[in-house]
Design a protein around this ligand. Structure first.
Ligand code: SF4
Length: 56
């Protein structure tokens, strides 16, 4: 189980800054969460201004 960023992402970067394990990186058109690194803390989801992050 990991969090996933949807296509609603506006690439603001707020999630990446909030991730304690640096699981989030910038992709071609939006940010991406590395499921192998994510520890399911939920910090990114609560920091996303467009609610683009949810548990998969
Ligand atoms: Fe990082 Fe936590 Fe979001 Fe996983 S749930 S990507 S560990 S901030």
């Amino acid at each position: 189980m990991a969090y996933v960023i949807s296509s609603d992402c506006v690439a603001c970067g707020a999630c990446a800054e909030s991730c304690p394990v640096s699981a989030i990186s910038e992709g071609e058109s939006q940010y991406i969460i590395d499921a192998d690194v994510c520890v399911d803390c939920g910090s990114c989801a609560s920091n996303c201004p467009v609610e683009a992050i949810a548990q998969a």
